[in-house]
Design a binder for this molecule. Structure first.
Ligand code: HEM
Length: 182
């Protein structure tokens, strides 16, 4: 959706993909070099990460700032709230700006781990993170090599939280082949 709306980022991402892979299938060595695409994926995970609520149970009494949390209560940290907190991200917090991540996640968050954790935090964080990132990069690279993406007029923006964050009515995009044999 973001690439369809932000044609400039779509073009930057395609140029990077073509520079690295040409018209060959993506390979692991090249995937590690996809800097623009990593920025785009991180910014997308910041704004619309699929897992927006984590779940923890405090096993003992915890002092959290001014709050004293009793033992054995469920705590639901909402990463989406922190991902959209202007204190960390500035007044343009709701805007899609992959350049925030140009120098990596640590710099983008000013070294605050709690400002960005689409894959969770700590010992129970996502075991599929590397797999998910590589899979996304392979799929996006193969799409960008073959098609331009624009948003369909039928698209209605209606994200909804049903366990995970989902586009309630799907995301309708128009793919146009770049090469006549695509
Ligand atoms: C963009 C894709 C994905 C996102 C955003 C995501 C996000 C998360 C988050 C936020 C957690 C909870 C971490 C916590 O409580 O601190 C989690 C846990 C987990 N994820 Fe993912 N995940 C993704 C893809 C995957 C994939 C592809 C797999 C498997 C191949 C996977 C397997 C797991 C497992 C097994 C856990 C539980 C880990 C544990 O409790 O020790 N995830 N994921």
């Amino acid at each position: 959706m973001h690439l369809a709306i932000h044609g400039d980022w779509q073009e930057k991402a395609r140029r990077e993909v073509v520079d690295i892979f040409g018209n060959q299938n993506p390979h692991l060595e090249g995937i590690a070099k996809l800097k623009i695409m990593t920025m785009i994926i991180n910014e997308t995970l910041r704004l619309y990460g699929p897992t927006s609520v984590l779940q923890r149970t405090g096993t003992r009494e915890i002092q959290l700032g001014k709050l004293l949390l009793p033992a054995n209560i469920d705590i639901l940290p909402l990463n989406i709230g922190l991902h959209r907190d202007p204190h960390f991200w500035g007044n343009d917090v709701h805007h899609f700006k992959p350049e925030r991540f140009a120098e990596g996640i640590a710099k983008a968050t000013n070294y605050t781990a709690a400002a960005f954790f689409p894959f969770g935090l700590g010992p129970r964080s996502c075991v599929g993170m590397t797999f998910a990132m590589i899979e996304t990069k392979i799929a996006l690279s193969m799409i960008l090599q073959r098609y331009t993406i624009t948003l369909s007029p039928a698209y209605v923006h209606s994200p909804i939280l049903i366990l995970t964050l989902q586009p309630q009515n799907g995301i309708q995009v128009i793919l146009e082949p770049i090469h006549s044999n695509a």
